[in-house]
Design a protein around this ligand. Structure first.
Ligand code: AMP
Length: 181
């Protein structure tokens, strides 16, 4: 499955909780990039400026990293993607890669939260890319590039209210997944 939502919707927190409850790995492209940057790999050096500015890392780089991660043995029984896909081109690549191994997404979960809640959460979090200009960029990128995925995935989209206590939201997601027709 895939988790989508604007920056600060709580995707990372929910992805951690859901991955534990569903016993599937949590794959965050943002975390993978930050790990490369932290370890000063060649990939890390290439992508740092995009993260610093709140722009998307080019698709070729992102797709290749993701496809390699999906090759790992721990994904055979399922996985939870957080922060990928972030545009329709990435979604097309994901569909193709999954189809090659006779797999498909079960669900795309949208965490819904309004802009004010989100900016407050992001400023409180204090990550390197959480200053106001960069947050605004990430919100613009979300609206322009990522929001179209909600229509792209309309047949498997599950929308959940992302405001509340962490456990409460996790339970909402799990029960929304169970209630799907
Ligand atoms: P996140 O941890 O999901 O908030 O992502 C942090 C940053 O990593 C984003 O602002 C982008 O610069 C980059 N990033 C993460 N996932 C992607 C992706 N699927 N495509 C392009 N850039 C990404």
């Amino acid at each position: 499955m895939v988790l989508v939502g604007p920056p600060g919707a709580g995707k990372g927190t929910q992805a951690d909780a859901l991955s534990a409850r569903l016993d599937i790995p949590h794959i965050s492209t943002g975390e993978l990039f930050r790990a490369h940057i932290g370890a000063a790999t060649e990939l890390g050096r290439k992508v740092k400026k995009y993260l610093d500015e709140g722009h998307l890392v080019p698709d070729e780089i992102t797709n290749q990293m993701l496809v390699e991660r999906l090759d790992d043995a721990d994904t055979v029984d399922g996985f939870l993607l957080d922060g990928f896909p972030r545009n329709v081109g990435q979604a097309d690549v994901l569909s193709k890669v999954l189809a090659e191994s006779d797999k498909k997404l079960d669900a795309v979960v949208q965490l819904q939260v309004d802009d004010e809640v989100v900016v407050g959460r992001l400023l409180a979090r204090g990550r390197a890319d959480d200053n106001e200009d960069v947050i605004r960029n990430r919100q613009r990128v979300y609206r322009a590039e990522t929001a179209p995925l909600l229509d792209y995935y309309r047949d498997i989209l599950v929308t959940v209210d992302g405001v509340g206590e962490v456990d409460e939201i996790t339970n909402r997601v799990l029960s929304a997944l169970r209630d799907r027709t």
